[in-house]
Design a protein around this ligand. Structure first.
Ligand SMILES: C[S@@+](CC[C@H](N)C(=O)[O-])C[C@H]1O[C@@H](n2cnc3c(N)ncnc32)[C@H](O)[C@@H]1O
Length: 464
């Protein structure tokens, strides 16, 4: 049944709304629009609905240390590890888009070596601290936090609008808390680890202390009331959670504490790994999706990873592209000669360009090139990491599709096709959940798990 939404005559000002209501995709679905692509790949999507989103991590040891809602659930990672338990003995695992380290933390809990790359320095710091602090004495952590001086002040980052982001009393307490943390000594490895955990805790309470909310994009929340002493209260609660989890790990998981696990500050498009991997488990940025830098600008600023706005922009332009990227970067891309492409992406680009012209108004006119750059970036990542995948190894991607200017973009199927071009076999594509398009709300999208395999039957050098 089609939804009836009245069109309000607003004198032509709300073109965007009218475009949405007159969209040929109104009430449509990815299932219909995927048919030709699935036919070409010779595969069907199978159902494997599950709670795949990060929210279920909020009650989990270690995973709960940092609220990173763009991640996937530890239960999903565990289900993959369980599924292939008989295929690989002590698998070595890679997550090229490590985010806050869900894959790494879960792999380490299972006693498996794991490596990640992450290009946002704040997120890399959080993920690496999460997997490399399991030997910290919880008593020492609590004692260090409890004895930080309360009368020192480190000023809020000057380039952020902290007066808007925080109430006056909260801001003063945050500056004192940060002043105390900055005072912690870092002469020994032990002290460094303790301070890193305290900084991680500090970064993880900032948004709760602010007048903003992440849903998942960062925005002001007008009804939010934050008490002046929230920084100290939330910080103490977070430190207690971390201490509790350290105790659990040191009792129940002592054997895994020394297992290698690291998140490198590196670009997945080019980083050459020393290890060869049995499993690559990852979730890339979704096209037209989130801005992984501006969404964390507050934490990045307070922890000193960015000193001015342009630092954040620089990080953003180095990530796999999102639709908030700088125009200059897209211009340089269009002028470059060596780009990955295939007939699907070319047809999608043309359709997007035609629709933008027909509409006469779109958020970004260079959207066809942004889409192209997304697949070029992803091709680079997939090519690079496939070289480090062992024979019979699996490359598992969790990804969502998109609707852009009324054009359906089957990101999962295009990535699967790129996999085949790199010599991998598409083992299965599973729907983990349904989603809705942000532009045409009643157009149904999906989130899928794409499983690619480096099949030894296809020849020894496939993908190398
Ligand atoms: C969907 S998130 C991954 C979430 C992760 N699965 C988790 O559970 O925390 C994608 C991540 O990829 C990172 N990223 C984007 N481009 C990258 C690149 N070229 N190299 C390394 N990391 C990148 C982003 O900063 C973001 O944190």
């Amino acid at each position: 049944m089609q939804l009836k939404i009245p069109i309000i005559d607003d004198g032509g000002t709300d073109i965007r709304r009218k475009n949405i209501l007159s969209s040929p995709k109104f009430g449509g679905s990815c299932d219909v629009d995927s048919i030709p692509y699935l036919k070409a790949l010779g595969i069907e999507i199978v159902e494997r609905r599950q709670p795949i989103q990060f929210t279920s991590n909020f009650g989990e040891h270690v995973h709960r240390w940092a609220p990173y809602i763009q991640g996937f659930s530890s239960a999903f990672v565990q289900s993959i590890l369980d599924q292939y338990r008989d295929d690989y003995e002590s698998p070595v695992i890679l997550d090229p888009f490590a985010g806050c380290g869900t894959v790494l933390a879960q792999s380490k809990l299972n006693g498996y070596v794991s490596i990640g790359t992450e290009l946002n320095p704040l997120i890399q710091f959080v993920a690496d601290t999460k997997v490399n602090s399991w030997d910290v004495d919880p008593e020492l952590l609590f004692k260090t936090f409890s004895s930080i001086p309360k009368d020192l002040r480190s000023p809020a980052p000057s380039f952020l609008k902290s007066d808007h982001q925080f109430n006056k009393g909260v801001l003063r307490n945050l500056e004192c808390l940060k002043g105390g943390i900055d005072f912690i000594l870092t002469n020994t490895k032990k002290q460094i680890k303790v301070k890193n955990l305290i900084l991680l805790a500090f970064s993880s309470i900032l948004i709760d202390c602010s007048n903003l909310k992440r849903t998942p994009c960062l925005g002001y929340w007008k009804d939010k009331k934050v008490a002046d002493d929230a920084p100290w209260i939330l910080m103490k609660r977070k430190i207690k959670d971390i201490c509790n989890d350290l105790e659990v790990i040191q009792n129940k998981y002592k054997n895994v504490i020394g297992i290698e696990s690291k998140v490198l500050l590196a670009n997945a498009m080019e980083y050459k790994h020393e290890h060869m991997f049995d499993l690559i488990i990852t979730s890339p940025p979704y096209m037209n999706g989130l801005d992984y830098v501006m969404n964390y600008k507050i934490e990045m600023g307070w922890l000193g990873f960015t000193k001015e706005t342009k630092d954040a922009k620089k990080v953003k332009d180095s990530l796999v592209v999102c639709d908030n990227v700088s125009k200059g970067l897209i211009k340089i891309f269009t002028e470059s000669n060596s780009k990955y492409t295939n007939n699907w992406t070319e047809e999608i680009k043309i359709s997007i360009a035609e629709n933008i012209e027909r509409r006469g108004n779109y958020r970004r006119n260079d959207m066809p090139h942004i889409v192209h750059k997304y697949f070029d970036d992803m091709y680079k990542v997939m090519k690079t990491v496939t070289k480090s995948l062992k024979q019979n190894g699996r490359f598992i991607l969790v990804v969502g599709d998109s609707l852009i200017a009324d054009v359906y973009v089957p990101t999962d199927l295009i990535l699967a096709r790129i996999g085949t071009e790199l010599g991998l076999t598409v083992e299965k594509i599973e729907r983990a959940r349904n989603r809705h398009s942000g532009q045409v709300r009643n157009y149904r999208l999906r989130e899928t798990i794409v499983t690619l395999k480096k099949d030894s039957k296809r020849g020894k050098n496939n993908g190398r």
